[in-house]
Design a protein around this ligand. Structure first.
Ligand code: IMP
Length: 176
């Protein structure tokens, strides 16, 4: 069940995405980026983000999961890995939400082994109080409390990704 008013509205999200994209464009002036969203959750955020980034970029994708409905399993499954050559590239990893940090840490370590020129991480949401693994975040949309969030790409059981805003989700016993 989606509760109350949006946690962040469409306008609030779009304004923040533009601010982050401006910061990224400034930081990488004169350079080229390889932007890698982590699917599935980051697809909507990443598509808005790259439309606002003003430096040349290429894209690749990683698909990974660690969540079963509303709980972290603590184990990361990699469903699809990068195909672009990462060595000596400026990589920008884009994540929907950083919770325990396990997923991002796993993917970051894998990418670092491929020796990129730089590796920056951009997360839309940061649930900092849940962190178990310390992973460096370079760009953050919003820091949020320990609530389960859906919408704008984020899901519960693969549902609600299409909501254009972010909402708090409360589990109902009869939710399917
Ligand atoms: P972590 O590995 O614990 O940091 O979990 C990160 C992943 O768990 C995210 O990429 C999401 O797929 C999922 N996740 C964590 N919190 C939420 C949430 O509040 N809503 C939806 N998915 C979440």
């Amino acid at each position: 069940m989606i509760t109350g008013k949006p946690l962040y509205t469409v306008n609030q999200i779009q304004d923040r995405v533009k601010e982050i994209a401006d910061a990224i464009s400034d930081d990488f002036k004169g350079e080229e980026l390889l932007v890698i969203p982590i699917l599935k959750g980051a697809f909507m955020f990443a598509s808005d983000l790259v439309r606002n980034i003003k430096v040349p970029l290429k894209m690749d994708f990683i698909m990974a999961s660690s969540y079963l409905k509303t709980d972290s399993t603590g184990e990361v499954t990699l469903h699809c890995d990068v195909r672009e050559n990462v060595m000596d590239r400026n990589v920008l990893l884009v994540e929907d939400i950083v919770d325990t940090g396990v997923t991002l840490n796993y993917i970051r370590e894998r990418l670092l082994q491929k020796r990129p020129r730089s590796l920056k991480i951009c997360g839309l949401l940061d649930k900092r109080e849940r962190r178990e693994v310390d992973v460096p975040l370079d760009y953050i949309g919003f820091e949020i409390p320990d609530v389960f969030v859906v919408g704008y790409g984020l899901d519960y059981d693969n549902k609600y990704r299409n909501l254009p805003y972010l909402a708090v989700f409360k589990k109902e016993s009869d939710e399917r």
